[in-house]
Write a protein that binds this ligand. Structure first.
Ligand code: ADP
Ligand code: MG
Length: 334
């Protein structure tokens, strides 16, 4: 089982940022309103993710490290419509097989907190407020060959920050903080606005800078009718950058499907087509676009990292994104 977990780890964990992504996914699935990441040496020596979510009951702590133990889906039908970030139940088991792990947790409504040592399985009482902290030390310590592939601490740190940034842009309602070597290096406060578009604007400004907000246009599009296949309307929202060649940046292209950051050719191509059609340009578009759609019409279980998706009908999605972006890009601006 240890070996199988190590093989799974090879697919899920490429570098510290992969661990960060999985741990933050779990924190968000647990309903956290504040997520704090602490790193040493770019995450190679320590990755600690602390949340104020629902926590884990004492008796369920040992299960968290077990392979394919997920509390999130009960049957195959659930897999058709996953609403949580995680559902495969392999991340913690995989990470525990290639690093020194510990979970500290206090479940909601419970007065005691416990620490589980992932190596020894030892469980002991600790003091903490409601929520969970997962600590991952000395990543790849037992697989020196993998460790050699890591880049400098600064590069690994940059990837870790990027991983949190992707989550932060999906969840303006959650606060995030990143500490490295004892110093606070990023902090994005939770946005209190009740209007989700206003909250998103605030978060985009905090994370990508006020320039992004000033030089982009709001998108808020939804299919006029539901399709013959689905009664859930397709919605595309977010912001696209106004064309300004000098400022266009390749690292400011964010796409989300049902709250999940994805890299997808259909979406990238649709956004690019909108720019080309309206502006006859070949500039690198800048955007943060969010799709919400019938979860049964998109498969997120394509790759262990869940960064790739497969749409049932990619034409429908392509057209939606293209129309959404074209509408605002073509509109006259004040
Ligand atoms: P998955 O997220 O796919 O279910 P993981 O290996 O990431 O699998 O986590 C295993 C289980 O551990 C989760 O299903 C959840 O029950 C529990 N868990 C992990 N992290 C947290 C957390 N931060 N708060 C509450 N429960 C957690
Ligand atoms: Mg998970």
């Amino acid at each position: 089982d240890e070996l199988i977990s190590q093989i799974a780890a090879g697919e899920v964990v490429e570098r510290p940022a992969s661990v960060v992504r999985e741990l933050v996914d779990n924190a968000l699935d647990a309903g956290a309103t504040q997520v704090t990441l602490r790193l040493l040496a770019g995450g190679v020596r320590l990755i600690s993710v602390e949340d104020d979510g629902q926590g884990i009951l004492r008796d369920e702590l040992p299960i968290a490290f077990k392979r394919h133990a997920t509390s999130k889906i009960g049957n195959l039908r659930d897999l058709e419509s996953v609403a949580t970030m995680g559902f495969r139940g392999e991340a913690l088991a995989a990470i525990n097989s290639i690093a020194d792990c510990a979970i500290l947790s206090r479940a909601s409504g419970i007065n005691d907190a416990y620490l589980l040592d992932g190596r020894t399985g030892e469980l002991k009482p600790v003091a903490r407020s409601q929520g969970t902290t997962v600590e991952v030390k000395e990543l790849f310590f037992s697989t020196p060959a993998r460790r050699k592939f890591l880049k400098t601490d600064a590069t690994e740190l940059a990837h870790c920050i990027e991983a949190v940034r992707r989550h932060a842009l999906a969840r303006p309602d959650v606060g995030f903080a990143i500490w490295h070597e004892g110093k606070l290096i990023e902090q994005w406060r939770r946005c209190e606005q009740t209007d989700p578009l206003a909250a998103l604007d605030q978060r985009l400004s905090d994370v990508l800078g006020p320039e992004f907000l000033a030089q982009s246009i709001r998108v808020d599009w939804h299919s006029r009718q539901t399709s013959e296949f689905s009664s859930v309307p397709l919605r595309v929202w977010g912001r696209v950058g106004v064309p300004d060649a000098a400022r266009s940046r390749a690292d400011q292209q964010f796409c989300y499907v049902n709250g999940r950051f994805v890299r997808d050719k259909v979406l990238t191509h649709a956004a690019r087509s909108a720019y080309e059609d309206v502006l006859h340009g070949h500039r690198q578009p800048v955007y943060a676009l969010y799709l919400s759609m019938d979860p049964a019409r998109v498969d997120v279980n394509v790759h262990p990292t869940k960064i790739e998706v497969r749409f049932r009908d990619s034409r429908e999605v392509h057209q939606a994104v293209r129309h959404a972006a074209e509408d605002v890009l073509a509109a006259p601006r004040a």
